[in-house]
Design a protein around this ligand. Structure first.
Ligand code: IMP
Length: 180
């Protein structure tokens, strides 16, 4: 285990099971359809890679980058689109792939954008859901890996000041790391 991690809350084995379970559900739910997976950079990269391989359907992969965070441990409600899609999603069934849903502000802004561009359907798949952090209404991910409490977590894509994204598990940082 990385020396800065106090405890592991989702192991790499559990993450593999989550991806398998969600991949099977998505495969069943979208049978006969072609979906566009939109990974939100940077945090969704490991989850996107693992999840897409468990989906047994023709898929297209796209990426967007939005920011509502400024390198700290609490969300601000301002959302800025830093990287947009390269592809027209009008008439497409879209599945947004996200590492964690906290306030829901990022997803609210992106869903509004995709709906305005004529997406046929928009759903959310997230590795982690932090329901106690929700500040916007109506953001209900259809595919949730597991819920976490009101704590700041890192690993498997999730960062603290751009570090720890490469951990194979999700864990909680030691308090002393924040004080550095
Ligand atoms: P939201 O717009 O508040 O839902 O923020 C979602 C984004 O905030 C995620 O994609 C993460 O980048 C970041 N975030 C929220 N909670 C955490 C956390 O516990 N650890 C690391 N990043 C987080």
């Amino acid at each position: 285990m990385n020396k800065d991690i106090e405890s592991i809350i989702v192991t790499s084995e559990e993450i593999a099971e989550i991806c398998k379970r969600l991949g099977q559900r998505i495969t069943n739910d979208y049978k006969g359809k072609e979906i566009v997976l939109i990974g939100l950079l940077n945090g969704s990269v490991p989850f996107m890679a693992s999840l897409m391989m468990e989906i047994d359907l023709p898929i297209q992969t796209e990426y967007m980058q939005a920011s509502s965070y400024h390198g700290g441990t609490s969300s601000s409600m301002l959302v800025q689109i830093k990287k947009d899609l390269d592809y027209n999603i009008s008439g497409k069934d879209v599945l947004i792939v996200e590492d964690i849903v906290d306030t829901g502000a990022t997803l609210q802004a992106i869903i509004e954008l995709l709906n305005n561009r004529g997406a046929k359907s928009v759903e959310i798949a997230c590795l982690l859901d932090k329901p106690t952090g929700r500040k916007v209404q109506g953001i209900n991910p259809k595919y949730i890996g597991t819920e976490v409490g009101n704590q700041f977590v890192v690993g498997f894509g999730l960062d603290y000041d751009e570090r720890y994204r490469n951990l194979k598990y999700v864990g909680i940082l030691k308090q002393e790391v924040y004080k550095k």
